[in-house]
Design a protein around this ligand. Sequence first.
Ligand code: TRP
Ligand code: CA
Ligand code: ZN
Length: 332
Amino acid sequence: MPLRRARLRSRPAAAVLAGGLLTALLVPGAVAAEPAATAPAAVEAAPAARVAPEQAPDIPVANVQAHLARFQSIAAANGGNRAHGRPGYRASLDYVRQQLDAAGFTTRVQQFSTFGSIGYNLVADWPGGDPNQVLMAGAHLDSVSSGPGINDNGTGSAAVLETALAVARAGFQPREHLRFTWWGAEELGLVGSRYYVANLSSADRAAITGYLNFDMIGSPNPGYFVYDDDPQIEKVFKDFYAGLGVPTEIETEGDGRSDHAAFKNAGVPVGGLFTGASRTKSAAQAAKWGGTAGQPFDRCYHSSCDTTSNVNSTALDRNSDALAHAVWTLAE
Ligand code: TRP
Ligand code: CA
Ligand code: ZN
């Protein structure tokens, strides 16, 4: 699978070479003609030596939704939330970690203390790639205490998880090292991601080529917002959406209000996707994206109704595919 496109590209040149070889072996009289026949083949073989970039797989949205269903049942079994310091947070982390361990990731849990409780970040490294070029993608795994936090931020957590699992299924071995992260205590002031960045050595910080953030990517009345922090990362997401024929806008609903902030402040190029929180969708936005003008992008933001019913599956599917596309494109 990894060399799928490269193999397709090299096939014509290889066929010509094989054909020439067959002719030489089976028809002695044809040997004199071989130089002329093989010359074009040699010219064609040169581009095949360059490995064509591998394309990201389509992320099955049903798999992402299955993770959301699990987050919801975890909340239901733990007092209705997955908040920092509550058992639903730790159960969410254990679920994600178990999936990653089974797929071959190297996982570690980073502990910190805030608001009187222990918080946890989950860090999953995919073995391989250049240790001095690390591409990261992450999402906060905690909910507010008032609800199960399925759009905020089960969606980002589930899409990052399913992308990591897709990396394992594909046996993807890009040039860069891949690291996926799930942050604790975002809802209490971006605490986990700030702790992680503050505790990086300067060499480890310098090795991070980019951090991609996914916080609320399945809002029920969705907009398609792309962070405009780093132009190269922004372009990868915009190109993906241009390919779908779906217009995007720059994310402006509280710039720096999520886990990319600490990375950006430390000088790491950042990017990400967002489908909107409590702001209202305008008539112009409803005209281009559908949905309901005059209503919030997420009317259940930080509420008990942020359940699996509070997710637009088309937005979740597109953004999950965009996430995988960005990981595949930026890591090569
Ligand atoms: N981070 C906020 C939360 O979890 C949601 C949010 C508001 C947001 N504005 C944003 C996320 C802009 C990403 C980008 O509650
Ligand atoms: Ca998909
Ligand atoms: Zn959030």
